[in-house]
Design a protein around this ligand. Structure first.
Ligand code: ATP
Ligand code: MG
Length: 368
């Protein structure tokens, strides 16, 4: 028997990959990651950084060859690359899961097929097809942080629509939600599952601004949300952590917005606030280790730090000194572009509810 450490390979080297790699290291695994940028957040912390673009099959094969298990932190890697990796090494989540999720239309059809509730939707590819009522159009592929989508109130918005419609799109009915929530769910090869306290999310300009957990929702709604996430995970055959974003309507109904087949920004609070972080849980699920407990040590809030905060120079970090229960995480990104996720802070413990209200005050103090 050999005690030689095994290696977890990561497709994608962003902050999600960085946290996954750090968690894998704590579990005694070696790590490797592939990203197009040599200074990508995960490449700074893994044992073996590899540089290559997402469509470079030989780079993906190199990553697979030096890994025992491969996973990803970004769901938009071309399926042919994922298949090339899966031929060489176990890859979780598996390529068919990603094939369903990568295209918003196939994801929506998957939800319909499995009886999971969602807003009205359809295909749209021509500005001439814009109806007289409001819709949201979204490019089918490669969207994130609200990019590649727009609200269209009617034919007067045709020019705005035409811009988005350069790529194949779907339309959705706008949802007048009461809250946005997400369910973070982990599933192993054997079908063992674990669920985290439900997160309540505030978006600004299509980008996640802040999360608090547990969400302030009735227990029956929380149970229903978990059932929906479980049904989605089972139907997909997902292995690893995933997040299901949902809209809670004023009448208490839940609609699935989208599925992220990976660790998720709304689950960052679990690092520090829960017995097992989402990153460790993901490593456990994909590496065949038993899942860890998901109990929260108390309420928590997470606030994203976007590049805008650096507009006047380095944020005034000293304004966070002595805030009870606060932990700051920075991702090691050299360039602070507007809207770019540069870091986040989490406050866990009895002051979380107050910190949820004080997020803007903290951000303006940081900005100086
Ligand atoms: P992510 O960064 O989560 O991957 P994304 O770019 O894939 O985001 P969505 O989750 O589809 O985008 O949309 C981003 C945000 O825009 C949602 O969290 C929600 O606040 C708003 N939004 C999207 N679709 C709708 C809708 N049909 N009705 C109302 N608001 C919506
Ligand atoms: Mg989303």
């Amino acid at each position: 028997m050999t005690g030689k450490p095994r290696t977890l390979g990561l497709l994608g080297g962003g902050q999600l990959g960085r946290f996954i790699a750090l968690a894998a290291r704590d579990l005694g695994w070696k790590t490797a990651a592939l990203d197009s940028s040599p200074s990508a957040p995960a490449l700074q912390v893994v044992d073996t950084p590899l540089v290559g673009t997402v469509d470079d099959v030989s780079a993906a094969r190199r990553l697979a060859a030096l890994s025992d298990v491969v996973t990803l932190e970004w769901e938009l890697i071309p399926v042919r690359i994922l298949e090339a990796v899966a031929e060489l090494r176990p890859l979780f989540p598996a390529p068919p899961v990603l094939a369903v999720i990568q295209d918003r239309l196939s994801q929506k059809r998957f939800l319909t097929k499995n009886g999971l509730p969602q807003t009205a939707y359809g295909e749209i590819n021509d500005p001439k097809d814009i109806p007289c009522h409001p819709i949201i159009i979204k490019q089918r592929r490669h969207g994130y942080d609200g990019k590649g989508q727009a609200r269209i109130d009617g034919p007067a918005d045709r020019a705005k629509a035409a811009e988005i419609l350069r790529q194949p799109c779907i339309w959705e009915s706008p949802v007048a939600f009461q809250k946005e929530i997400s369910v973070l769910f982990a599933r192993t090869h054997d079908g063992e599952t674990a669920v985290y306290p439900i997160a309540e999310n505030l978006h600004r300009g299509g980008i996640l601004h802040a999360t608090r957990a547990p969400a302030e929702i009735p227990p029956g709604t929380a149970r229903k949300a978990v059932e929906l996430a479980r049904a989605a995970a089972e139907a997909l055959g997902h292995v690893g952590v995933m997040a299901v974003e949902m809209f809670l309507l004023p009448d208490g109904a839940l609609l699935v917005n989208e599925i992220a087949p990976r660790v998720h920004n709304s689950g960052h609070y679990t690092l520090g606030a829960c017995a097992t972080s989402q990153f460790e849980q993901h490593v456990r699920a994909v590496c065949g280790l038993p899942l860890g407990p998901t109990d929260a040590k108390g309420p928590a809030v997470m606030v994203n730090l976007l590049g805008d905060l650096w507009a006047k120079g380095e944020p005034r970090w000293n304004t966070l000194d002595g805030v009870p229960g606060l932990t700051l995480h920075l991702y090691g990104k050299a360039e602070a572009r507007a809207g770019r996720k540069m870091g986040h802070y989490t406050v866990a413990g009895p002051t979380a509810a107050e910190e949820w209200r004080r997020a803007d005050e903290r951000l303006s103090a940081l900005r100086g």
